[in-house]
Each structure stands twice: as C-alpha cells, then as structure tokens.
Design a protein around this ligand. Sequence first.
Ligand code: ADP
Ligand code: MG
Length: 590
Amino acid sequence: MAIRILPPDVARRIAAGEVIERPASVVKELIENALDAGARQITIEARAGGLGLLRVADDGSGIPSAEVELAFERYATSKLACVDDLATITTLGFRGEALASIAAVSRVTLYTRWRGEELGTQLELEAGQVMLRKPWAGAPGTTILVRDLFFNVPARLKFLRSPTGEAGLIGHVVEQIALARPDIRFRFLNEGRPTLETPGSGTLRDVLRRIHGSAVADALVDLDEVAETCQLRLHGLVSPPAITRANRSGMAFFINRRWISRTPLGAVVEEAYRPALPPGRHPIAVLHLELPPAEVDCNVHPAKAEVRLRNERLVHAAVHRAVRTALLQVAPLPEVGAPLVPTGWGKGRAVPVFPPVGHVVPGGTDRVFSRKPVVEMEDPGAAVAPSTEAPVAGAGRPVFRPTALRPVGQVQNTYIVAEGADGVYFIDQHTAHERILYEELLAGRSRPDPPSQALLAPVVVALSAHQRAVLAEQGEALRRLGFAFEEFGPDAVALRAVPPRLAGADLARAFRDAVDALGGDPVGPDGTDRLLATLACHAAVRAGDPLTAEEIASLLARLEETDVSRYCPHGRPIVVHLPVAQLERDFHRR
Ligand code: ADP
Ligand code: MG
C-alpha cells in the first residue's frame, strides 16, 4: 500500500484512543478538568458502565461563551502558554487533548456558564462535530454529558469489561481522585444509586472512612515526614501490618495531588512492611508526595498515569524510611535475626525441601561449625547454602511420612512438634492445614454441585464499589465453590450459604478477601488459584490455636493424604526438620 496521510477524522479517532481507553478514563479527564476549574463539589453519574451515559457536573469557573467551541479543539488549553510552562505545571491538564478526544468518540452535550457572564451556553457535538449551540440559563459551573461512548469505534468495545466491571473501574477512579482531594466533595452515582460520597472536610481519613469503613480507617497510622535531601514532604496513612488486603487496590499514590496509577512506589512500601506482611497480602497505604514542580516530569504518559522524578532513588528511600518509622510506632516488626530455617527458605516454591538445618544458620555459623573447622574445609559442600534449585533426589534426604511421626506436642500453640526416626520435625499448623484445605478445595472444584452449608442467619457483608463490580462479573466462581449470596441494599450482600470447610471462620472477612482475590490484578497464574488459597487460609486453624492430641493426629493423617509439596499455597514452608546429627553436633556428642 502506498503511504498516505490519514484523513483528519480517522487520525482523530486513533489519537483519542491514547487518552480515552475506557469509560473510566473519560471520568478521570472530566473530573480533572473540574478540579482545574476550581470546583468545590463534583458529581459523577454513570449508566451502563459509562457506555450509556456519563455525567460530570461541577461548580467551577465555567467556560466563557466565546471559548466553548475552542475547548473541543485539539491542543486547545487555557493552562499552558509556552513550552517552558511545562516545567512548572500545577494543573492536572495541560495538553488540551481530553475534550477533543472524548468528543471524537461519543455524543457530548456541554452546559456551561462562566462566572463573569449572565448567560451560559449549551453545545452538542457528535463525533467531534458541533450539531447545536444555544444559550443556556443555569448556575455558574460546567456539566458534561457523554453518551454512546465509542459508538464510532466498535473495535474498542471488544476490549471493555461488562458494564458492571466498567462501573467498578469508574468507582475506583472516583475513589482515587477523592483521596487526592479530601477538600473537595465528591458524589458518585451508579445507575442512580449513591455509591460514594465524600464530605470535603479536607481530612484524608474522612475519605478513607467512606471507602473502607470507619473501623479500618480509624486503625490506619498517620505519617508525616519531610526529607530535605530531595525536597520531599510526605504525608498520608498506612495500615498496621495486621490490616491487609488480598490485592493492591488499597494502595494509592499522589504526587502534587495528581494520582499516579503506575508507579514503583507500591513495591517500595511493601518492602518497608517486610517481614511483617503475610505472603500474598498487601497493605492499605495512601501517600501524598509533595515535590517542587521542577522535580517532577508529568509529560511522559498519554493518560498521565506515570510521572518521572528527578531524584527517584532519594524519594524512594525517603518513602521507605517514613513508612518503616510509622510502622515501628504501632508494631515492632519481627526481626530477621537468626532463624532456625536457612535464609532463602520461603521465598519461593522452588526451595529445597528439607535442607539440613545446620548448613546455613545466619549469624550462627561459628557456633555450629566451630568444633570442626577442619572438616568444613575438607568438605566445602557442607557449608554451601542450599541452592534455590530443587534438590537432587536421594542425597540422604529423609522421607517425610507424617503418620509415622510421634507427636510430642505444640510450641507456642503454633508449631506441632513431632519425633521421627531421623530427628525432630516442626510443623506449622496453620500452613499445613491451609495446604490440606487448598488441595481439598481444588479437588472439589470440578464437582457439579459443590458441598455447601446453609447459614442459620444470613451474614451481611459490606462491599466497596469495586468489590461489588468484581462480584457482579465473577460471582459465579464463588457460587461454584458453595457460596450462596444475594444483593442486600445498595452496598452489601447477604451470605446465605458457604463452603462447609469455612464454618467457624470470620465469614464476612473471608468473603471480602475472596472477592479481592478474584478481582486482583489479572496477571499471575490463575484467579481461581488465588481464590482457593485465600479460602484455605481463612478456613485453616490459626497460629495460636491450641490443638488436642486428636486434632494433631488428624492433621498429620490428612497431611499425609495430601500431595504434600511441603509448601502452603502462598509458598511458605510447612515443615522444618532438625536432624539427630545436628543435635549431636550441637551437644558435642560427635
Ligand atoms: P486541558 O485540560 O489539557 O487544558 P481539555 O481538553 O481537558 O484540555 O480542556 C480544554 C479546555 O477547556 C481547558 O483548558 C479549560 O479551559 C476548558 N475546560 C474544560 N473543562 C472545563 C470545566 N469543567 N470547567 C471550566 N473549563 C473547562
Ligand atoms: Mg483536561
């Protein structure tokens, strides 16, 4: 084909795709415009996942009548005069692309009245062409209606989720921007139902109350730090290690009040929680970073989801330090000190199964090997850290048969201690039980009618907008496991039946975590795998639960039946072995 310049309307639609990916991106751009216009109150409405109708109304400055058409031209902006302004940008918008892009792929009606004028304007556009303009008598401010989004780019529709799924994403965007601006009142109505309403009090915790409920919001820890080295002020709230989520949706980062959805800061924060964070769990963390505008480049991503920081390394270090300091105030983190288990254990699945305990004891090597340094030198293999590859079969590895063990008791109501012919075994009771349940759930999953236990009284579970969207889309996966539930009011469901193994668990928490597990990032092996792991975790006996001798025996028996890969579904070790030979060495018997 010969090279041709694309006709303008085709080029427009292609360019629009960079900024407007889905209904939630329209909402983000329209809210940002309202904020740039100085709005104090913003109302967002969605129908049919935003594909039927999106409406964003603000009480901001409005657009002067003479500039209304101009606002829909590409690269038309009131926020930037020359390229040098980019370096000091303080508004959320600056490219003048959003309104043009939205209008190119939908039917838009704009009602606006500029503060300085008596009369406002109504403008209607279809695929970017003005169809109607007339005077409009209304209060100062702007209301934009977007109908039939992507009606002229049907290919785009194929990449969208169901209407409920898209509505959930819109709700998520509104939540994030509400967290960015606690001083602004936000109201989000989905299908006419109030879904989020923030008070505009200026207090971050007040917004979090509306999103996570008061109990969680009140338990969050304040953080307020200044890092001179990188001219950073950091403030926000983080959860104590005991409050976690099964996905990362509770983490949000803002740089100069701009929500940054793609950022390595999530990993930086989680690193600060280590080792207090259970595997597969994520904290709630809402952090505002304030930096001089010249330290931040916002102009690196079409939808402005990323920014570039001039001193990224220093900023990350400061965030890490601040989170860690805040956590230490509420909960002393367990120290990595000198565990019985060699380092490298529990970091992944492909870790040796029963490495002899004495081989690598961080900080304890001297004590363990001091008596036979010569032997160690003669036999360098003895001091080598267990490789992270699966061990070679045979190699003197003990055969693990739980039922052949003689239970001795429990340590800390957490570890079962048992004796075998070749030494002592410590079994993490929670992790072991979790593994058993996981295997059982996995085996039962393909059954046509899953075992299900009706509840005497239904349990009401409050869900966030995002969780409801996940449930509407993927609730079937939960029904297939034996859950029965129905809508209960605008923001809750009533649980009527649960998988029998869950009896005794905190059902509301288990259900919420199950929904989060389903709705987590779509990457990774399998959503159901994550779901089963979550349920198994909730149904399992906890660390700290005292067990009877029968319970211990039954657990060991079931562990033997399970295809024990010796790791819990989260990838933690289940068993630690202390060989007799090691005891003999430690007691200087050999
Ligand atoms: P940008 O936000 O990058 O300037 P947009 O296409 O989003 O580009 O908007 C174009 C212009 O329209 C803005 O610069 C602003 O002057 C005006 N505008 C858009 N939305 C509003 C609003 N809600 N209130 C007042 N002015 C608005
Ligand atoms: Mg804009």
